[in-house]
Structures are given as C-alpha cells and as structure tokens.
Write a protein that binds this ligand. Sequence first.
Ligand SMILES: Cc1ncc(COP(=O)(O)O)c(C=O)c1O
Length: 373
Amino acid sequence: MQVPFLDLKIQYKSIKNEIDPAIQNILDNTAFVLGKAVSDFEAAFAKEHGVKHCIGVSSGTDGNHLALWALGIQPGDEIIIPADTFIATAWGATLCGAKPVFVDCESDSYNIDPKKVEVAITKKTKAIVAVHLYGQSADLDPLREIAKKHKIYLVEDCAQAHFAEYKSKRVGGLSDMASFSFYPGKNLGAYGEGGAVTTNDDEVAKKVKMIRDHGAIQKYNHEMLGHNYRMEGIQGAVLGVKLKHLDKWTEGRRRAAKKYNDLLKDLPFIKLPKEMNYAKHVYHLFVIQVNVGGSKQRDDLVKYLNDNGISTGLHYPIPLHLQPCFKDLGYNKGDFPVAEKLAECGLSLPMFPELSDEQIVYVCDSIKKFFIA
Ligand SMILES: Cc1ncc(COP(=O)(O)O)c(C=O)c1O
C-alpha cells in the first residue's frame, strides 16, 4: 500500500464543482489582485475566528513580517521566539531588523515554554511570538501575563493552527495580533501562496492594510512606508470555498489522530503527541518521538517506512538556534534540550483529513513491525 504524507488531489476532486466556477469567476471579472473574493474571504475568516479584522496577504511569512512591522518593531529590538518552529517565524523579526531571541519548548506540548520566557526578556524585548505548533495552541494565559507585566506585545503565529482552540476559543484573536499561512499544504490551503493577519485593534488593522498596499489607502498617496503584500483574487476565491469545509476537514484530522493514538498507545518505543487540557488540537502534523536509539533509530524508521510505501516528514530537523543563518547570535548545541531532542527524534506521520482508517492501520502495523520484528 502507498501512503502519501499529504494528498491534495483527493481534496481538490471532492470540491472541484465549487472551486472551478469560483476561479472562472475571477478570470471572467479579471479581479486578479485583492477585490471582492478577497474581501469576502477576509470577512468570513474574521467571523470564524471571532476576531474583528482579517487582512489577506501574500503569504504567512509576509504576515509575520507585517504583524511586527505594524506594531512598530525596529532595528535593535529583541523578539522572543520558540526554538522549535519553521524558520519563517523568525523572519518576521529579522525583516524588521530586530534580533530573534530563542526560548526552549515544553516537552509535552512542543510549544514555547512560558516558564522559560521571562529569563529571556531584556530592556530591548518588544514582543513574544507564540507559535501554535503542529496545530496545538500554545499556553496563552501565562504568556499574556508576562507580556502585560513587561509591557510588550504578544503575537500568535497561527500558520499551522486554523480553527485550533485555546480554552474553547479559536486562536488568532487571543493576542495583540496573529498571522496565518495558506500555503497549499496547510489545514486551510490556497492554490498558491497566501496568508492573513488578524487583530482586534482598529488602528493596527489600518496600518496592516496600508503596509500591504505600498503604505497607501488611497492610490498613489503613500502615507507611510510599505510594501506589496497583497493577496491574489484567485487565492481569495479558493479560500472562500475551502473555508466552508474546514470544520469537516478538522474533524477528519482529529479522527485520524485518534485512530493513530488508539493503535499506537501501547508501543513503548515511541511518544505520542499530547493534547493539552486547554487545547483543541487540529493536527496540522501528527508528530511522534522515537524514545529509544536516538536519531539513528528515527532515521532507520524513516527508511523502513519509506521502503514500505509510507512517506513521512521531519518538523524540523535543525532547531532555529542551530541554523547556520543564526550562527552570529552565539547559540550552542545543548542550549535548548527539548527542541534539540525533538529535532533528533521527532517524526511526522502521514496526516490529512481524507487519510483512510485502512492507511492508518497499515502505517501503525508497519511501525510495530519495525520495532518488534
Ligand atoms: C509556523 C510557521 N510560520 C510561518 C510559516 C510561513 O508561511 P508561508 O509558507 O505561507 O510563508 C509557516 C509555513 O510553513 C509555518 O509553519
């Protein structure tokens, strides 16, 4: 049996009758950049997340940059970022000229460890970026308290966490501002690049809109510095269609996760993802940790699964503090043991809403055979 890591074709086929006319409508109206499809999507996405403003942008990376730019982050500022995340979280800081300051993650949730945040705060710290990694919310209450105490911003990177919940509320409106990615493989994916910034703050939302479009609200009147971070019309149309299916797809991911958990729970060689009591996990990724034999055993398992037709992923093989591009920041191996262990022993199993029970059984049987045979 073949089990892909992700299957975008199945999903497209299931909604082709809605997607094709929505794209055709953009072509007929030549509404290629922003336009009604984008603003309709923005309104629907904001409503779904219980947040006042959603501004559609060109990618999640651009959303990270825009969020910090609109908050006034400048060269010399420091931004606290988890050591285990995709590099784009850190680009938000570096593109503003600020310095990323890394903090280890928790061994259960894999999210930034609030207990370790405060020691990383200096006079230069201006914001904490909490990533809801793999689809599970970070523990926002203690982070919010720390941010309030030090008068700094709390920003959410929700690239992997559409419809994820913290204490029964959807992420994305639970901090000063948030960014989302609609990269095709995300829980809500465009058919190209796309992202969004969300906030409840009217002033900040206005700034984000201006920066997204060359610092102007009125064409050719550039009130502030800006860039071109606009969302394309076709992406707005695709996302508008797909948003209506997201609840069902989220439940599909949660069903797949439950099946994995049920089938693998007694296997002592691996650690399963833990859904924290404050979170509703949306399983963008289903990441296990190989408990024995370190990275060699993990890599052997990857090969074994691959030889048996099962594709897997590593998220992420090098934590941010050990990335060559951040060499000058002076971090060393051993600085963030939880993130480093995850990099060495973590393994992402196939995960998408349409993953069949049969495929999951095959993946789990293969893992058992690897360890037991
Ligand atoms: C945590 C995180 N932040 C930001 C991004 C960047 O999003 P994009 O690929 O849309 O630029 C990603 C994408 O993988 C991500 O996983």
